[in-house]
Design a protein around this ligand. Structure first.
Ligand code: R5P
Length: 287
């Protein structure tokens, strides 16, 4: 077996190689002067099982993945497993308006072309797994995030919207503290409103948990509300940290004390590793 990483998921690729005790495939990955991607596999992977690791964000990484899959297929691998630490486009999981694509399905179908199995971490909605034409499994980095938060003596976990409530409950069970959720109304891609709600958080260390932080708008609104209600410290944690369009500044100026994310999208806040939950699901489902 070989583990083969694209350029988007270096730490997870290396961690998986260590955890599964399988070698990294040697590759040449580069970009032509016009920015088109080039891949060449240097090891003989014919008749081997290959695990490709690549986050599909931003868009250029989707093309990388498709070309890596094609190279692995051409080299005659006997089984191709694709690990998508973050599955970009998963939020467009249905047609919200007439005339739109089902983007998650479109990307999933293309990835399925040269894949025997898919593994992804904390998908935005579980039903996106059905968009792949091959068996697809999810795993959750939430327990790893909970371990990190436990060390920080968090005494209240908050979901910024109902969609994240299960995640908040799971973390509160692990670190043994209270949890609650807020009601979020999304106005557009960058604007959200949080309905006021009284929480028992006076002088408490609160962690807000979500699957994705993108523009930081959701977190900034929730942080301000918690500080207004007297929280002593507010940390925020997510699995997938996109941090686009000045998100970091927005979150820090809202009064955030610590930003935490996993390494499904590598960034300066990747303090929690996603590889343990991925290797667990690989070991359970692949043999
Ligand atoms: C939405 O349902 C997700 O769970 C996140 O709450 C959302 O993607 C966060 O986006 P932003 O950081 O732009 O507010």
């Amino acid at each position: 077996m070989y583990i083969l990483g694209g350029t988007s998921s270096k730490t997870i690729t290396e961690d998986l190689s260590k955890e599964l005790e399988q070698p990294l495939a040697r590759t040449t990955l580069k970009r032509f002067p016009d920015d088109e991607f080039y891949v060449r596999i240097l090891d003989n992977i014919g008749d081997e099982e290959v695990i490709i690791v690549q986050t599909t964000y931003p868009d250029a990484n989707i093309v990388e993945l498709l070309l890596i899959q094609d190279a692995v297929y051409e080299a005659g691998a006997n089984k191709i497993t694709v690990v998508l630490p973050y599955f970009g486009y998963s939020r467009q999981d249905k047609k919200f308006e007439d005339g739109e694509p089902i983007s998650a399905r479109a990307i999933a179908e293309h990835i399925s072309l040269h894949a025997d199995c898919i593994v992804t971490v904390d998908p935005h909605k579980e039903h996106i797994l059905d968009f792949f034409n091959v068996p697809a499994y999810s795993c959750s980095a939430t327990p790893e995030i909970a371990k990190y938060l436990k060390e920080k003596d968090i005494d209240f976990v908050l979901a910024p919207d109902k969609g994240a409530m299960e995640r908040a409950q799971q973390i509160s069970d692990i670190i043994r503290c209270e949890y609650d959720y807020m009601e979020k109304i999304r106005i557009d891609g960058t604007t959200v409103k949080i309905k006021p709600k009284n929480l028992e958080i006076q002088n408490k260390k609160v962690a807000i948990i979500d699957d994705i932080i993108s523009t930081g708008g959701t977190m900034a609104k929730a942080i301000k509300e918690l500080k207004r209600q007297g929280a002593k410290e507010v940390s925020i944690a997510c699995t997938h940290g996109l941090f686009v369009g000045g998100a970091k500044e927005k979150i820090l100026s809202a009064g955030c004390d610590e930003i935490i994310s996993t390494d499904t999208i590598e960034n300066e806040f990747s303090k929690v590793r996603a590889a343990p939950c991925i290797s667990e699901v690989l070991l359970k489902n692949l043999h």
